[in-house]
Ligand binder design. Structure first.
Ligand SMILES: [Fe+2]
Ligand SMILES: [Fe+2]
Length: 373
């Protein structure tokens, strides 16, 4: 996290917590409340000047900002309790927070807003606590966490993809939150591959596949000890790796038979189309564009698009290539029945060093064996 953010953010939380406590004690428009709110706003504005978007997530009674624990001090603890007791799992502050918005947040946190709906404002976004699953062990009776995506989430994602076709740009709002949610859930999950969503409907293939590649990317990266913003970016890159497919006609994408030469040529353009679209979309991490471009490139640089000898592929693209391969084979497609995990493991092993990065393959097989044991 940007060092210039920590101090003002800590102060903002301290002032906000005191404002909330005062609002509960006196009245919401009490002079002490407005004074503390003004102080909180000043600090928050300073923090947002250093970093225009701040995402605070409650994990295990700690407050994480950009994947790092912010503090364990008294105020931070009280802030976490306030959020949790209102069912708030994450708060996102965007540059431009106003006095009214902060007053509304104080009122929400002091319990002044009754009702189950949490209302976000333009620059303060509130998200519910939603750990989707707990560790599923032994008899496998636990529920599959990602099997029950809400209709709203699927709609949001579909809208994002549809928006790409209309505007040729990705609107990132929501994507980072989604990835943040998966990270939280994966930390709780002893057997991460249990998190993969089963395919319910071909219409949801793009959604399911993108989510699964994101989760597999996160599981690989986490097992390598990657954390914080790089982890978030690796997840976002997974979620957006196939965005270029939005430019491929649906009749080619869902063709139940083998593609002919011309169709295949069109299909092979999706990495380039995706990368181009992501580069032109403000706020999308650069890494996502690189991965979109490189995810069908093999470790030995065969595959597509063709590149010059000596090209250095991003490690994240190689991680994504493994996730992509695994999910494409595991999931029932229009033209390919799902394959047994052991069979997929064998194929990965077989291609290790040629198609896939040898060490990453080994790491992935370890994750896989944990799942099959
Ligand atoms: Fe692809
Ligand atoms: Fe893919």
């Amino acid at each position: 996290m940007n060092l210039g953010v920590i101090e003002p953010l800590r102060n903002a939380v301290r002032h906000l917590v005191t404002a909330v406590a005062s609002a509960a004690l006196y009245a919401r428009d009490h002079q002490q409340v407005t004074r503390l709110q003004a102080a909180a706003l000043r600090d928050l504005t300073a923090a947002l000047e250093a970093q225009p978007e701040l995402s605070l997530v409650v994990i295990d009674e700690e407050l994480m900002v950009d994947g790092a624990i912010l503090d364990t001090g008294l105020y931070m603890g009280r802030f976490v309790t306030m959020l949790s007791s209102r069912g708030i799992g994450h708060v996102k502050f965007l540059e431009g927070v106003t006095e009214q918005e902060l007053a509304y947040l104080t009122t929400t946190l002091s319990g002044g807003i009754v009702g189950s709906e949490l209302r976000s404002t333009e620059h303060i976004r509130l998200g519910r606590v939603e750990v989707r699953f707990s560790a599923r062990e032994g008899n496998g009776t636990g529920r599959n966490p990602l099997a029950d995506f809400s209709a709203e989430e699927i709609a949001r994602f579909t809208e994002l993809y549809d928006g790409v076709v209309r505007t040729r740009k990705v609107h990132v709002a929501g994507i980072a939150d989604m990835v943040g949610g998966f990270i939280v859930a994966l930390r709780e999950q002893a057997r991460p591959l249990m998190a993969l969503a089963p395919l319910r409907d071909m219409d949801e293939y793009t959604f399911t596949h993108s989510v699964n590649v994101c989760i597999l990317n996160l599981a690989q990266a986490m097992s390598l000890g990657i954390d914080g913003p790089p982890l978030q970016e690796i997840g976002i890159a997974g979620l957006l790796h196939d965005i270029g497919k939005m430019f491929v006609p649906p009749e080619i994408l869902t063709k139940p038979a083998k593609l002919d030469k011309g169709e295949w040529e069109i299909m092979r353009r999706h990495p380039l189309m995706g990368a181009r679209c992501l580069i032109e979309s403000p706020g999308v991490p650069r890494l996502a564009a690189v991965v979109a471009y490189e995810h069908h490139m093999k470790h030995d640089l065969s595959g597509y698009p063709a590149v010059r000898a000596g090209w250095r592929q991003s490690l994240c693209s190689e991680i994504t290539a493994i996730s992509d391969f695994f999910d494409a084979l595991r999931t029932r497609r229009a033209y390919c029945d799902s394959l047994e995990l052991r069979q997929i493991a064998g194929m990965l092993l077989d291609q290790r060093g040629r198609e896939f990065h040898p060490l990453l393959t080994r790491n992935f097989l370890l994750i896989l064996s944990r799942m099959m044991s």
